[in-house]
Design a protein around this ligand. Structure first.
Ligand code: CA
Length: 709
């Protein structure tokens, strides 16, 4: 079976960038105010406005537009009949060179968007003119704890404050007018490898934020802070700690019965790194919980068990963090099948009955429709071909696992891959068509238990082995591999649980979706096109070449009687770093920007810059044995590949190690073990790897460099 072996890892070399002038090729600002009334404007993003966000077409007040996170706008000025007149109104250059995943907020004519390294930009939403920048100055070395690039998926707003979670675990409230820090709190144990990449949400004056780090050996949790002061109000852990220390609450005592062995020594995982939604009527906050740490349950919980609340949707009381119900999508997770993917609340008519549902298409490949009041499973069907389970047993709500899927008896080719049938890329739900639109991936991966696995906090800990092999060098073969790792935009009927249309894309890892009442779905793709499709039929109606790959979700807003559509563009993130050789055919580079469109606008982007040169091949002669090279290959796969790319071929964002300078080869151990390039984010591996290990990796890279000559 053809496949792309998609793997992960940790070492991250960061590119130092300097702050450059921001583009503002768009129109001049007008003196008119937004459509919101002046009293509201003075108060900023109040609870009343957040509750009314559905009909507030002027603004995009919270991450998913509304608490239901539907990412649907009733705006219809731009529609399927006139979308061909859509043009670039303005662009804003984001002056960094790492991945962009953020959904902007738009409040009273100002856009707030976060870029890589958790930097926040306030921009005039009419013109693209920069208003202020807040740089939390995340130490570059913290990037070593980021599994999937140093990204940030967005900010939250509360009254006159903009709130961002930083990669190094702080939660910071900024004055929305000036960007000045109002309060800043630490949300983590600073000796633990946590990161924050997700957008906070604010409910009744409480900021809710989780974190990431499950691959590095942490115990997941989510915390609420007073939005006015930053004071901690409650914390809900998603996996139990050491029973000897006592449990924080009844939910933890219940969860502990589903674990075995001494899981707390390995962290357990279950980080809440992305999705949340909120039902004000039921007063329930829903959180999506991540994978197990390590992935391999045989290591984490050796006598089995469901390992609550890994890979679960959990409903909590937002005032207290009290547990209400849970639904576990992947009991006893073994595959990094997180349930952190986007969750949409909607009211659907199912079997003639109106139902209040929560919908999720997590990594494991099933589309779930769940009663959001009780947690009862209503229906679940797979949205791609999968082989780890044959379906969901509707009696028990549990997946029917395929024999051998847990790879305890030997390696197993599984679909989906750890990147999921669907990842964090936001979905959109159009209540008029009744369809959910989302970015789907079809990829396989070989899972294998790692023999002699040794847990080391702070570095990659999956308990699995990388049966990676080499990627083909031949460009045609590469294209074939890339083509067999597929992606498409799907329109899914959640009532009938079936696909209504799909648009096949060039490869996996395309953008989030936006739905509007103009019978439109907007989505960017890895080829750097921002595209409008008809919502009912999936016809491609309009496209704009953005010069860079797109992964983030678009937004829309109205000002002065005009509708705008915006998207933060920029390549990188997981596949941009890791997938070097498979992404090479697309020749995608990162040009991070916010692009904003409106009807009749005719601005252009500056001429595309050429792909940066990789430099000269200058490897020293190979003096190592074939055995050492092989050892280096295995170490490279475990410690270096996620950032520097499969087969030591860079996707173009970070240094291509094969093109290292003679100086780099000379000072190799000082960099790899000593950490001499820590300032740009390349961590040293003293205590993790030996000098012999470092030399073996060098031998492997030299081998790869000679192969490229
Ligand atoms: Ca994970």
């Amino acid at each position: 079976m053809p496949m792309v072996r998609i793997l992960y890892l940790l070492v991250c070399v960061m590119l130092i960038t300097t702050f450059t002038a921001c583009g503002d090729s768009g129109e001049q600002a007008t003196s008119q105010t937004s459509m919101s009334d002046a009293a509201d404007v003075a108060k900023g993003a109040t609870q009343a406005r957040l509750l009314n966000a559905e009909s507030d077409i002027a603004n995009w007040l919270t991450h998913g537009r509304t608490y239901s996170e539907q990412r649907f706008s009733p705006s219809r000025r731009i529609n399927s009949a006139n979308v061909n007149e859509l043009g670039l109104a303005w662009y804003f250059d984001i002056p960094t060179k790492r991945g962009i995943e953020a959904t902007p907020l738009v409040i009273d004519g100002v856009m707030y968007v976060s870029g890589s390294w958790s930097i926040v930009y306030a921009i005039d939403a009419r013109t693209g003119k920069p208003l202020w920048v807040y740089d939390p100055e995340v130490p570059k070395i913290w990037g070593k704890y980021a599994c999937c690039d140093v990204v940030n998926r967005g900010v939250a707003a509360w009254e006159n404050k903009i709130i961002v979670g930083t990669l190094d675990g702080y939660l910071v409230a900024l004055d929305a007018t000036t960007g000045d820090v109002v309060w800043r709190v630490n949300t983590i144990n600073r000796s633990e490898p946590f990161t924050i990449t997700g957008a906070p949400r604010v409910i009744k004056g409480k900021v809710i934020i989780g974190n990431g780090g499950s691959e590095y050996g942490v115990r997941g949790y989510i915390t609420a802070y007073d939005a006015d002061t930053g004071e901690e109000l409650w914390r809900f852990f998603t996996v139990p700690g050491n029973p000897a220390d006592g449990f924080e609450n009844d939910a933890m005592a219940m969860a502990a019965k589903t674990w075995t062995g001494e899981w707390w020594k390995l962290g357990g995982g279950g980080t809440v790194w992305d999705s949340m939604s909120y039902d004000p009527e039921l007063d329930l906050l829903y959180i999506g919980v991540g994978n197990g740490s390590p992935w391999n349950r045989s290591v984490r919980s050796p006598d089995g068990g469901d390992n609550l609340f890994l890979s679960s949707i959990v409903a909590l009381r937002p005032d207290t963090g009290e547990y209400v119900w849970h639904y576990q999508t992947t009991p006893g997770d073994q595959w990094d099948y997180t349930a952190t993917q986007h969750m949409i609340l909607a009211d659907l008519k199912i079997a003639g009955e109106p139902r209040k549902v929560i919908m999720q298409a997590p990594k494991n490949g099933f589309f779930y429709v769940i009663d959001r009041q009780t947690g009862e499973l209503i229906s679940a069907e797979n949205f791609i071909d999968i082989n780890w389970a044959t379906g969901i047993d509707m009696e028990t709500g549990r997946p029917m696992e395929a024999p051998g899927a847990r790879y305890t008896e030997g390696p197993r080719l599984a679909i989906p891959s750890p990147l999921g049938g669907h990842n964090w890329h936001p979905m959109a739900f159009n209540p008029h068509t009744g369809l959910v639109y989302f970015s789907v991936m079809e990829q396989a991966y070989v899972y294998a238990a790692k023999e002699g696995f040794e847990f080391k906090k702070g570095v990659w800990n999956t308990g699995t082995d990388h049966l990676y092999g080499d990627m083909p060098e031949d460009p045609l073969a590469l294209l074939q591999v890339a083509a067999n790792s597929r992606g498409h935009l799907v329109a899914w009927d959640p009532v009938q649980q079936k696909e209504v249309w799909r648009y096949q894309q060039a490869g996996p890892w395309n953008g989030g979706a936006l739905a509007t009442a103009g019978n439109l779905v907007f989505q960017g793709n890895l080829l750097g096109e921002f595209v409008a499709y008809s919502a009912d039929k999936g016809e491609r109606l309009w496209a704009f070449a953005t010069q860079t790959g797109i992964t983030a979700g678009p937004v829309t807003y109205e000002l002065d009687g005009e509708q705008y559509v915006s998207v933060a563009v920029g390549w990188g993130t997981m596949i941009g770093l890791l997938g070097g050789p498979t992404m090479a055919p697309f020749k995608m580079q990162n040009k991070s920007r916010v692009l904003t469109f409106k009807l009749g606008a005719k601005n252009d982007l500056p001429t595309t810059e050429p792909m940066p040169s990789r430099g000269q091949l200058a490897p020293p002669p190979q003096t190592a044995s074939a055995e050492d090279v092989q050892h280096g290959h295995a170490l490279y796969a475990e410690r270096c590949m996620v950032c520097h790319g499969l087969s030591a071929i860079s996707g173009g964002l970070l240094s291509d190690l094969r093109y290292s300078s003679p100086e780099t080869f000379r000072t190799w151990d000082a960099i790899v073990i000593g950490g001499s390039k820590g300032i740009i984010g390349m961590p040293g591996f003293a205590g993790i790897m030996t000098m012999e290990d470092s030399q073996a990796i060098k031998a492997y890279v030299i081998e790869r460099a000679h192969a490229a000559e």
